[in-house]
Design a protein around this ligand. Structure first.
Ligand SMILES: *[C@@H]1O[C@H](CO)[C@@H](O)[C@H](O)[C@H]1NC(C)=O
Ligand SMILES: *[C@@H]1O[C@H](CO)[C@@H](O)[C@H](O)[C@H]1NC(C)=O
Ligand SMILES: *[C@@H]1O[C@H](CO)[C@@H](O)[C@H](O)[C@H]1NC(C)=O
Ligand SMILES: *[C@@H]1O[C@H](CO)[C@@H](O)[C@H](O)[C@H]1NC(C)=O
Length: 341
């Protein structure tokens, strides 16, 4: 369904108000900036539609039945996030109009595959908010106008807060890694393209790893994964010609594995999976990334290898609380000095 009609109806139904966008300063009008804003605007529509459809489908009772001890703890924040996204749509619409253009209105969003149950919907939201955040991170490398850069930064931090709480609501670590990684628009579209139609104006030129087979359940660390891309599968391709690679904030280079032994690396938090036809590790730096070997991907997954008291409380309303070892003054001095304790 198309966003505008449904969003208007659902916003009216849910009592959400659209925030008034701030007046715009005069922009440096570059075609590059306009294209980036169109992409950000589309991603915000994508996210807002996810919220409006899910929030109108699932009730507090559905979340309780699915195992969340205090459903309104989750749902009250999600309502706020929905409002943020609709405000961002208005913001970028105004910015695009200030550049003398119209927002792209041809995209339609199809969330049926993730609206099957609350857990699937919530897990997808966790992934989607990372993808949304990553769209802003790549915009940082694409925008020319400093005013637009500042606007994007002001929104990116809000997307990151959403993603943090999704980690908590899904039982993971709130801030699992020291760094996040940006992905390019084609890479982001490789993940969300299966939910879009009428959006071909954007670069949809990377073959997708079908997300649906593995994306929605948090992958347990070390679990072997079978991949399908195009007509190929991990089991049928030449095992010496393809590799499975994993990028994350834990390293500037991917973890590389033989295609037949593809298992989530020992990591906590988000990972991106890729299929390549070279064993050279992919860099996580989108400005210099060696993308020529990418055959399919990325796909996003979360590995929850560390429990967190906050997340246990958010999901179960109780937690196994053991004493946290505090840092002694001597250890603190040593850490700040850069040496190991
Ligand atoms: C992957 O495929 C192999 C070989 O067909 C099979 O033994 C294994 O169970 C599969 N793994 C998963 C996670 O489905
Ligand atoms: C898959 O195989 C079919 C039939 O051989 C072919 O028409 C199609 O182009 C192939 N798709 C890909 C992505 O290779
Ligand atoms: C590796 O994959 C890329 C992307 O599909 C392709 O352009 C390239 O020709 C492939 N290289 C080899 C050696 O197969
Ligand atoms: C609570 O945590 C401690 C320390 O990690 C562990 O030994 C114990 O088995 C846990 N208890 C439960 C009920 O999970």
């Amino acid at each position: 369904m198309h966003f505008i009609r449904s969003a208007t109806a659902l916003l009216a139904a849910s009592g959400l108000a659209l925030a008034v966008p701030l007046p715009k300063a005069k922009r440096i009008n570059t075609a590059n900036d306009l294209q980036t804003l169109q992409f950000l605007h589309m991603m915000e529509e994508f996210e807002a539609t996810y919220y409006l459809e899910g929030l109108s489908q699932f009730s507090s009772a559905d979340f309780a039945a699915a195992g969340w001890a205090i459903p309104d703890l989750v749902l009250s924040d999600l309502l706020n996030f929905a409002q943020d996204q609709t405000s961002h749509i208005q913001f970028w619409s105004s910015a695009i109009e200030a550049l003398g253009a119209e927002p792209i209105s041809t995209c339609a969003f199809h969330f049926a595959p993730v609206l099957t149950d609350p857990a699937t919907w919530l897990q997808f939201g966790r992934e989607m908010e990372y993808i949304g955040m990553s769209a802003y991170m790549s915009a940082m490398a694409m925008l020319d106008d400093p005013e637009l850069l500042l606007d994007a930064a002001n929104i990116m931090t809000v997307e990151a807060r959403h993603q943090t709480l999704y980690n908590v609501f899904n039982g993971g670590s709130s801030v699992p890694q020291d760094y996040d990684v940006a992905l390019t628009p084609p890479q982001l579209l490789a993940m969300v393209g299966q939910f879009l139609t009428g959006c071909e104006i954007f670069p949809m030129n990377l073959p997708m790893v079908p997300q649906i087979t593995h994306l929605f359940a948090a992958a347990p660390a070390g679990a072997p994964l079978n991949w399908t891309w195009g007509n190929a599968t991990s089991q049928t391709v030449d095992p010496n010609a393809f590799w499975c690679q994993w990028t994350s904030g834990a390293s500037t280079e991917a973890v590389v594995q033989p295609i037949t032994a593809c298992a989530t690396p020992a990591i906590n938090g988000y990972v991106f999976a890729w299929i390549t036809n070279s064993s050279t590790p992919l860099s996580t730096d989108i400005l210099t990334q060696n993308v020529n070997s990418v055959v399919a991907g990325p796909a996003i997954a979360f590995v929850d290898s560390q429990m967190e008291i906050l997340s246990e409380l958010a999901v179960h309303a109780s937690a196994n609380i053991t004493d946290v070892s505090m840092v002694t003054p001597a250890q603190a001095a040593s850490i700040l000095g850069g040496s190991t304790v």
